[in-house]
Design a protein around this ligand. Structure first.
Ligand SMILES: CCCCCCCCCCCCCCCCCCCCCCC/C=C/C(=O)SCCNC(=O)CCNC(=O)[C@H](O)C(C)(C)COP(=O)(O)OP(=O)(O)OC[C@H]1O[C@@H](n2cnc3c(N)ncnc32)[C@H](O)[C@@H]1OP(=O)(O)O
Ligand SMILES: Cc1cc2nc3c(=O)[nH]c(=O)nc-3n(C[C@H](O)[C@H](O)[C@H](O)COP(=O)(O)OP(=O)(O)OC[C@H]3O[C@@H](n4cnc5c(N)ncnc54)[C@H](O)[C@@H]3O)c2cc1C
Length: 674
């Protein structure tokens, strides 16, 4: 049944798939990693972190109690943190470890099937210190945080409010007598809720609270707050803190609650880069843009696009490898059962997942570069590009997390019953990624932020004023004719832009009509929000399609011919897929005909067949080590059934031949003695 490949026993179907792959897998790995140098560096980091076996558990996390799971995650976080401080820090080329290294973050996934309780420390606490402190504050807090002498989290959301930050109720009232802020939770709904690591792990947190000084409220501001003793870890007087209980995922992250009873912190613990309170209580606004205190959220939204691309790459690797070894049904009676990957419907489920992982990965790099440019401009005092960037990062966060969650679930469907096993790895991926659609700004809420920008941009276009780059296509929205359909990649991208422009125009027209009919601006906006969300989604799809196409053309300029072909096929597949998903819109806003759409469907199906022989090669090119996949179905060797059985036998339920439940309940019931 099996054959040996590089000292590994590999399922013959997978071996056959690899033999027929016609492109250089490593070249595609380099494209996905952003260059050969990055691949080499990633592999070195993975070797150091994973070859010692420290990431492995004797007993699977899924068989542990919640308390054991948490303690095990802390244990491994400490091992990984120590590695990061020592050997990994140097390897990843970081002066300070962790924060900007997606490779370090990804490698950590070998240690945690869910997430590390330190995720918020590195993902938000440290970035907030970097982004919201004055230089003096930073020089005090950052070394302590990076050295893990203190561990922190980001406590913004409250029981009563997550989305509407201006509605937060926690107060920080300045007392000039003692030069302290008094933190207080006036209501149950003002309790901080959700912060990762808050329940048991951290001793500090960033708390976002309404700032009061000299009797006036100045809105929400961030504070750094000690909540547990640095030695004993006991919660400090005036602090009520705990863990919020079981969740769909994130069960090793001890998300917590936190309340304050007139709890005092020194004045210097307000993070004062963007606004200050002087000793006498005078409030001084420093920042040139009112929303700079939201900066950590913008950073995480950017990071999340990359994060979900990675998780989608994992799910598609699992599902494609499994589909290559799984044989089912007998459409041709004289032939053996086909690999399920040969079913065109299966290819339809899976190849879009591979293409989307590429699209999001390349968009995330582009978004990161745009973010760096915006930060550089802001350093020089120019915040002009921030609104466009906020609109862009908001919609990319919303669409990337939503599409990835949907496609990961589709990968599970593609794995049939076995995909439902925790050991397949897919449920954990789904539970993690579906949360990303909500946290750091809910899907709808963020798309409405983008819609605000689109409507303003549309009005600028209408007034023939200059437009910023990502919405420059709106300048063509007033030609009066429908966009000409053309099924070339560039033609499809132009059509996506026409959809976004057309939908935005419909929203503006409807809002104006509603206002003329007597609705207030707020109510007219509210009544149009379904369409506004759709317009923002269309805009984002146009941005992703355009960026993916341009980046792949650029990155494959010097690639070998077959790599160029397969990368072009994936990009085209992405464009065809979304055009076919939006046929109604295309009929409304472009000149596409019924025949064009029938032809496009045929072209899409033919493309699936062209990609089919390279499918396993494409997921191998993600180069995800088995330790990162945590999957019985997706391991490189394809020994699926063997692994499923090995995992089943590990179940504590199989430790005893007869369950205690037999003598306690079953037997009495069956003997009529219950
Ligand atoms: C060493 C140890 C190692 C050990 C172990 C190893 C571990 C491995 C870990 C490795 C880590 C590596 C690091 C990487 C980690 C990456 C992963 C990170 C994952 C982190 C997990 C996070 C978990 C979740 C956290 C959270 O959810 S935090 C809370 C987030 N909350 C939100 O996002 C709330 C959403 N709401 C809002 O943003 C706002 O309220 C709103 C935008 C919806 C509305 O705001 P507001 O009401 O104030 O504004 P208006 O609507 O009135 O708009 C006014 C104008 O302001 C503009 N605006 C709004 N926001 C912004 C902005 N951010 N920037 C710019 N402009 C903005 C509007 O557009 C309006 O403009 P206009 O008036 O011109 O239209
Ligand atoms: C796993 C996880 C980890 C988290 N970690 C943290 C953390 O570390 N720190 C932290 O501070 N927070 C954290 N959060 C909280 C998270 O940021 C919020 O849950 C998120 O921002 C959504 O806010 P909400 O829960 O108030 O939802 P709500 O705003 O109550 O949303 C509920 C529904 O109402 C809709 N809605 C709300 N407002 C509007 C509107 N204006 N227009 C139209 N529809 C609207 C939404 O679309 C949604 O469908 C975490 C959440 C999760 C799930």
């Amino acid at each position: 049944m099996t054959q040996t490949n590089n000292n590994m026993t590999v399922n013959p179907d997978l071996a056959m798939e690899r033999a027929k792959c016609n492109f250089n897998v490593l070249e595609v790995t380099h494209i996905f990693d952003g260059g050969e140098r990055n691949t080499l560096q990633r592999k070195k980091i993975e070797d150091v972190a994973l070859n010692s076996g420290a990431s492995k558990d004797a007993l699977g996390e899924e068989h542990m109690s919640p308390k054991e799971k948490y303690e095990n995650a802390v244990r491994k976080s400490c091992i990984y943190a120590t590695m990061m401080k020592n050997e990994l820090a140097e390897l990843s080329g970081l002066e300070s470890f962790g924060v900007s290294s997606p490779v370090i973050r990804r490698t950590a996934d070998a240690f945690f099937k869910e997430v590390s309780p330190f995720l918020l420390h590195l993902g938000m606490f440290v970035p907030t210190i970097m982004g919201q402190c004055t230089p003096e504050q930073q020089s005090y807090w950052l070394p302590r945080a990076l050295d893990m002498q203190i561990i922190g989290t980001y406590a913004q959301t409250e029981l009563g409010h997550g989305t509407f930050i201006r509605g937060l109720e926690t107060t920080a009232t300045y007392d000039p007598e003692t030069e302290e802020f008094v933190l207080h939770s006036p209501t149950l709904s003002s309790y901080k809720w959700w912060a990762g690591g808050l329940g048991k792990t951290v001793n500090y947190c960033i708390v976002v609270a309404q700032l009061y000084t000299k009797g006036e409220c100045h809105g929400t501001h961030p504070f750094i707050v000690q909540i547990r003793d640095e030695d004993t870890h006991v919660p400090l007087p005036g602090i009520k803190v705990g863990e919020i209980g079981p969740k769909m995922g994130f069960n090793t992250a001890d998300n917590g609650f936190l309340g304050f009873d007139h709890y005092r912190i020194p004045r210097e613990h307000m993070l004062m880069k963007n606004a200050q309170v002087l000793k006498d209580g005078t409030y001084v606004k420093v920042a040139r843009h009112g929303k700079l205190t939201y900066g950590t959220m913008v950073f995480v939204r950017v990071v999340l696009v990359n994060e979900v691309a990675f998780n989608l790459a994992k799910a598609s690797t699992i599902a494609v490898r499994y589909s290559a070894i799984r044989r089912q049904s007998k459409p041709k009676p004289d032939e053996v059962e086909p690999q399920i990957l040969d079913y065109v419907t299966q290819q339809h489920k899976l190849f879009i997942a591979i293409a989307t992982a590429h699209a999001l990965q390349l968009c995330s790099t582009w978004l990161w570069e745009s973010f760096s440019a915006v930060l550089a401009q802001m350093k020089g005092g120019n915040t002009d590009t921030l609104p466009e960037f906020h609109a862009l990062s908001s919609c990319l966060k919303a669409i990337s997390t939503s599409d990835s969650a949907h496609l990961i679930e589709q990968c599970r469907h593609a794995c049939g019953g076995h995909g439902y096993m925790i050991s397949s790895g897919i449920p954990n991926l789904y539970n993690f990624v579906s949360a990303t659609r909500t946290y750091e700004g809910d899907y709808t809420v963020l798309l409405l932020q983008t819609a605000r920008f689109l409507v303003k941009a549309y009005e600028q276009a209408e007034a023939k004023k200059p437009l910023t780059p990502t919405v420059s296509y709106l300048a063509h929205a007033f030609s009066g004719s429908r966009a000409t359909w053309d099924n070339s990649p560039d033609g499809i991208i132009r059509s996506f832009q026409a959809l976004a422009a057309g939908k935005t125009a419909v929203c503006v027209t409807n809002m104006r009509k509603r206002m003329r009919a007597g609705l207030s601006q707020v109510d007219a906006w509210e009544m149009s929000t379904i369409q506004l969300v759709a317009a923002a989604e269309a805009h984002c799809r146009a941005v992703i399609a355009d960026t993916y196409r341009k980046e792949i053309v650029r990155l494959t300029a010097n690639s070998s011919p077959n790599v160029k072909v397969v990368m072009d096929q994936l990009t085209t597949l992405y464009l065809y897929y979304w055009a076919l998903e939006r046929t109604g819109d295309l009929l409304m806003f472009t000149s596409v005909s019924q025949k064009d759409l029938v032809d496009l469907q045929i072209a899409y199906e033919e493309l699936l067949l062209k990609i089919r022989p390279n499918a396993v090669g494409l997921v191998d090119a993600f180069d995800l080590r088995d330790e990162l996949l945590h999957s019985t179905l997706g391991s490189y060797d394809g020994r699926v059934y063997e692994r499923l059985m090995e995992e089943a036998l590990k179940s504590p339920m199989n430790k005893e031949p007869v369950s205690d439940a037999y003598s306690k309940y079953l037997r009495p019931m069956m003997k009529g003695k219950l």
